[in-house]
Write a protein that binds this ligand. Structure first.
Ligand SMILES: Nc1ncnc2c1ncn2[C@@H]1O[C@H](COP(=O)(O)OP(=O)(O)OP(=O)(O)O)[C@@H](O)[C@H]1O
Length: 274
């Protein structure tokens, strides 16, 4: 998507464009031997914007998300991030310690399977409190109070604060993972199929909760999903991937209501027929 397309999309969504994007992805490519994971992906993400990456299984969504979030080294391409002090940093040129700090504080990562994003053998309160300690909080009482506050924000009863997440249902675990990620008020959150693997009714409630939190906190989000309904509910803009490449990009409503690429038309019509 070009810079002018992005500005147009933002204006249509009622988001005032800042001078610089929060994240700029340029020519991002990852190959696995001869197999393409993702190829030549470029886009900008603006503060407070929710971008969905959609496509069928194997289209490269997870590879792209992992390359952007520095969990997987790209074969080529760059990812620039605007730090809190306003300076722009190339995340692959940062010192490892600085990148790790960024990941623990200014970024969040919500995994499809909460087991990958939680510590199952420490309490729910500690799962949330740990992230606060990572940003320098040391006062036990304050940490516990903030953890309890966040549990209630994600609709987990206060009296579960000392329970381990292994005693929680799938939906509760996912809500706890979200609280753990959001407690440090990150500016950018990556989500990989955040509602995948949950019952439909649990999914709907979680999506509602996520939508409220994202809007209240003004979060920028990159969400990977194969579910166009999730993209429709959560995102402002979306990119459609096929065989590792972006084949369509634009405002979510435009792409879903008036898909231009034949592949997107097929994706959309296959959902409508269900
Ligand atoms: N570790 C790996 N080694 C080799 N090939 C891989 C590896 N990970 C992914 N691939 C290949 O890269 C391509 C993109 O896979 P990726 O998992 O990114 O797609 P996806 O859209 O996230 O799929 P899904 O929705 O099923 O998770 C696929 O062809 C896949 O087989």
């Amino acid at each position: 998507m070009s810079h002018s397309d992005t500005l147009e999309a933002l204006a249509a969504a009622g988001i005032a464009a800042p001078v610089k994007p929060l994240l700029s992805v340029e020519g991002l490519t990852r190959v696995y031997g001869k197999r393409i994971g993702c190829a030549d992906v470029s886009f900008d993400l603006w503060p407070g914007e929710v971008l969905a990456i959609v496509g069928e299984s194997g289209s490269g969504k997870t590879t792209l998300l992992n390359c952007i979030s520095s969990r997987l080294t790209p074969t080529c391409g760059t990812v620039h991030y605007r730090m809190r002090d306003g300076a722009t940093a190339d995340i692959y040129k940062m010192a490892e310690a600085e990148r790790r700090y960024l990941m623990r504080t200014d970024w969040g990562f919500v995994h499809q399977n909460p087991i990958d994003g939680l510590r199952m053998t420490v309490s729910a309160g500690a799962n949330v409190g740990e992230r606060l300690m990572a940003v320098g909080n040391r006062h036990y009482g304050n940490i516990r109070n903030t953890a309890i506050e966040w549990l209630s924000r994600v609709e987990i009863d206060e009296d579960r604060v000392d329970d381990q997440p292994r005693t929680f249902s799938g939906g509760m675990r996912q809500r706890l993972q979200i609280a753990r990620n959001l407690v440090t008020e990150p500016r950018l959150v990556f989500m990989d199929e955040p509602t995948g693997g949950l019952d439909v009714s649990v999914q709907a409630r979680l999506l509602d909760l996520l939508r409220g939190l994202v809007s209240d906190l003004g979060l920028a989000v990159i969400v990977v999903t194969h579910d166009l309904a999730v993209a429709r509910l959560l995102s402002d803009r979306m990119i459609v991937m096929k065989e590792g490449r972006v084949i369509e990009a634009g405002l979510t409503d435009r792409v879903l209501d008036d898909p231009r690429a034949p592949y997107t038309q097929l994706l959309v019509s296959s959902i409508l027929q269900v």
